[in-house]
Design a protein around this ligand. Structure first.
Ligand code: 1CP
Length: 343
């Protein structure tokens, strides 16, 4: 076995697999007591800049749950911090930006990302690939729209009103903002591929807030630029957003090899919307993990049944692990998917 022959990478390439591979978005993090212990007294962004901690935290869910892939412990705002944007991750809140970007002058905060800006990330990836052996490591970046939403709003937002005001009100400035963010995200993914990750995921978590016509006109060109920057590297490219049922075809069109699906659209229907030449990832509702074990198993079977017959399915949740999830429920779910799909 090598990383290349792993069930996860085979599924991404839509090749036959020994079992359906499983990993969980946000599998590292607050649901794990061993995570809370090593993070004690260390700020989130500081922990992302320490290769020893990144390595330990990334490995924790692999050891505990036996998932088929690791995802680098980092955050979508790390490359922004690395180019000098004044921001912090506030506990219980999320990313908070000191000077929100609302005018052309504010764009000066965004210079291109150089590999040296994120050398601690490359160092962590080097340590991780040595430890992980045959288990693939997934790198990631935030997509231009989702990064823009934090930069324009100044923090997490329910309605994205300032972001949309800029997108509709000053399309030229918006395009320039997204283009710069696409350059940064592409360079961040490129640096991770150079350092040895086996796949990359572009998180456009909040883009489901847009109608398809607006996504096509105002966002797709920038996301396509990110995927273009890492095309032809032999590394599958995954694209995910929440509430994107109406955008699934366009998320694939932007250039992904694998499209992530939230829990609102059954995978068989998602496959119809995405088209025949892409793999799918998803899509158990993360809240289902709070139900009794037999219910979790039955709901997982519903996901697997919907994906039966599709070439290329990576089992995942429809969004990240919720912080108060019982970790044993995740371990049982991995075992269940492996047993149910063993060929
Ligand atoms: O102190 C802490 O533990 C803070 C919580 C936390 C963690 C564990 C944040 C703040 N980020 C992270 C790590 C993280 N972020 C990972 C690696 C963990 C793993 O997957 O195993 C990843 C992939 C992310 C990516 C991320 N950050 C996304 C995209 C994924 C998604 O869930 O949609 C987004 C939107 C963010 C922003 C962010 N960072 C942190 C929080 C709480 C948030 C969301 C804030 C909001 O609601 O807008």
């Amino acid at each position: 076995m090598t990383v290349t022959d792993s069930a996860f990478l085979k599924a991404c390439r839509r090749e036959p697999v020994p079992h359906t591979p499983v990993w969980f978005m946000r599998q590292a993090g607050r649901s794990l007591p061993e995570y809370r212990k090593v993070r004690e007294g260390i700020a989130m962004l500081d922990s992302c800049m320490r290769p020893d901690l990144v390595t330990e935290i990334t490995l924790q869910p692999v050891r505990r749950h036996g998932v088929d892939a690791a995802i680098l412990f980092s955050d979508i705002v790390v490359p922004l911090k690395a180019i000098g944007v004044d921001l912090d991750i506030k506990p219980g809140v999320g990313p908070v930006v000191a000077r929100p970007i609302r005018s052309r002058a504010d764009l000066d905060q965004l210079r291109p990302l150089e590999p040296d800006d994120v050398r601690y990330v490359a160092e962590a990836i080097g340590l991780l690939t040595a430890e992980l052996g045959d288990t693939p490591l997934i790198g990631f970046a935030g997509a231009p729209f989702t990064l823009a939403s934090y930069l324009v709003e100044g923090g997490p937002s329910r309605n994205h009103e300032h972001t949309k005001a800029l997108m509709y009100g000053d399309p030229e400035l918006w395009a320039e903002l997204l283009d710069r963010l696409a350059g940064i995200a592409g360079a961040f993914l490129g640096a991770q591929i150079d350092a040895g990750v086996s796949a990359v995921q572009l998180f456009d978590s909040w883009v489901g807030a847009l109608a398809p016509a607006d996504y096509r006109a105002s966002v797709l060109p920038a996301s396509a630029k990110v995927f273009e920057a890492v095309a032809g590297r032999g590394v599958p490219r995954i694209h995910f957003g929440v509430g994107t049922g109406e955008l699934l075809g366009l998320l694939g069109e932007a250039g992904a090899d694998v499209v992530g699906v939230d829990w609102r659209v059954p995978l068989a229907e998602a496959a119809r919307r995405v088209g025949p030449d892409k793999a799918l990832q998803g899509n158990l509702d993360p809240a289902v993990l709070f139900a009794p074990p037999e219910v979790v198993a039955a709901q997982a079977d519903r996901v697997l049944d919907s994906a039966a017959g599709l070439p290329g399915h990576v089992f995942n949740l429809g969004h990240g692990v919720l912080p108060t999830t019982d970790p044993d429920a995740l371990t049982r779910l991995v075992a269940h998917v492996h047993e149910r799909t063993a060929r």
